[in-house]
Write a protein that binds this ligand. Sequence first.
Ligand SMILES: [Zn+2]
Length: 294
Amino acid sequence: MLNRKKIKSFVGLISRMLGLCFFIREIIFRDKNIIICYHDPAPEVFRKHLRYLVKRYNIITLDSLVNAIAQKEALFSPKSLVITLDDGWKGNYKLLEAIKEFNIPVIIFLTSGVVNTNRKFWWQAGFLGFEKLKLCQNQERLAMLREKTGYEPEKEYATPQALNLQEINEMADYVSFQSHGCFHPVLTKCDDNECLGEIKTSKESLEMILKKEINHFAYPNGNYSRREITYLKQTGYRSAVSLDSGWNDTNSDQFCLKRIWICDDASINELAGRLNGIFGCLRNFYERFKGLLK
Ligand SMILES: [Zn+2]
């Protein structure tokens, strides 16, 4: 039985065999940058992906990308790729060996209110249909979670879901830790105080525990508006990454950097297809085709 994952792998395989991935990477988007986004990949999957990526891309830091954009550098590193992971999952610690082995820069965006505690990521509280909660105003979402699951942002549970300080410190020589907010609400559903608090407090508390400046932010769930950008600039961030799919170049807005979301269990063929925007193109084509039939 063909499922979506198998179809994606198959499409990626065909694209690779036809040389489409090579053509897109080496010719069309050679001078553009890709930022990829993982969450909690298994070490063996991550290692396989890194093996594929290091042969085909120049893995760079987010700092060097942001510097190039700020200075409008004509010479953008060709085939540059930034590797990011969101949330700060406990399983990220197991990726350290692969990160050391490939000697590549990796950025982990930490949810500052959850790391080093036994608190839960809110969408893990056991509420079915959490996707719908993302559409609710922040207080409405919290009230619903409290009522249905007993979840409170600061409630401690039996097992930790996120990295602890010891793990973060062990990884800190190899990984750049940056901010993903305090408790991961959808910022565009927060009021002004909640939104500013998430942006400001996460920076301050991470700077305190890491003893390093926090310069970059990943929008929880990828959502942002002009207000979030204003607050980020006010509080001293240098950039922010979204989940808008696509490539970046020297004309990109530092606070609206695009990222390509990679499934944590993607096969190499699926990874290749995602990196080259093939699924996005097919989806657009399908949507247009559907529109024509209406
Ligand atoms: Zn997240």
